[in-house]
Write a protein that binds this ligand. Sequence first.
Ligand SMILES: [Zn+2]
Length: 97
Amino acid sequence: MPEAPVPDPVWTDARGCLTAAGRAAIQAAPPGAAPAELAAHLASCKPCQYRLLSDGRPPPKPGERRGAPLIWRVAALGVAGVLLALFSLLLVRWLAG
Ligand SMILES: [Zn+2]
């Protein structure tokens, strides 16, 4: 019975996640021909998928914000709120006669 091929230790870290060399091996492999062990891990590991697609950046923590809200969005919401209040007052006055 043939032994299962052992993944190159340089390709994975202690947790079994892909190292930079592992990601490079997957990216260098032709489509469908990536090393099976690496492909199997990648299929089941979200952080590794993220790092592969984002060029090695670590995945964001759950709930982490990606920057402050843009000031123009806050201003637009404020203006919309004021306009809504004005139209409500005008509507009430018009309805009241
Ligand atoms: Zn992983």
